[in-house]
Design a protein around this ligand. Structure first.
Ligand code: FES
Ligand code: FES
Length: 157
């Protein structure tokens, strides 16, 4: 079954035709060309495909596209502004919190959702917020430090 949906993606309103079984990941990557969300496990277990739907991190590989009707979606491509990286992107770069980069878009978007809701998280808060985002390269320490550096105001959100 086909559905006509309206949603806002990275600040631009879209009218799209999606099928009942189409995932949000497919809609974003194949239809709209936002390839920052990565498909790794394809089953909601790794967080590499995380995007924000109405400010909430979701695994876009298991989230059905018809459900974003009326929603606002942010992908990693929506964070930089006029050529300036978002502070979390800047902090990840500064702290070397990205190696292969597969987990990075999802990590940053989960961290953004955390800081939007709780600008002064503890280390435990950061670990909890990123628990659904797996990284096989960095050992997590640099990622957590990058997020905390933004929260401490060393890099401003
Ligand atoms: S690719 Fe979606 S959670 Fe792993
Ligand atoms: S930087 Fe490679 S999986 Fe996280």
């Amino acid at each position: 079954m086909e559905h006509q949906i309206r949603c806002t993606v990275n600040g631009v309103e879209r009218m799209l035709q999606v099928s009942s079984e189409e995932t949000l990941l497919k809609m974003l990557t194949r239809t709209l060309g936002f390839t920052g969300a990565r498909e790794v496990c394809g089953m909601g277990a790794c967080g590499a495909c995380t995007v924000l739907v109405d400010g909430v991190p979701v695994s876009s590989c298991t989230y059905l596209a018809p459900f974003v009707n009326g929603s606002t979606i942010v992908t990693i491509e929506g964070l930089a502004h006029e050529g300036t990286l978002h502070p979390l992107q800047e902090a990840f770069r500064t702290f070397g919190a990205s190696q292969c980069g597969y987990c990075t878009p999802g990590m940053i978007l989960s961290a953004k959702a955390l800081l939007d809701a709780n600008p002064k998280p503890t280390e435990a808060d950061v670990k909890r917020a990123l628990a659904g985002n797996l990284c096989r390269c960095t050992g997590y320490h640099r990622i957590i430090e990058a997020v905390l550096s933004v929260a401490r105001g060393e890099v401003h959100v």
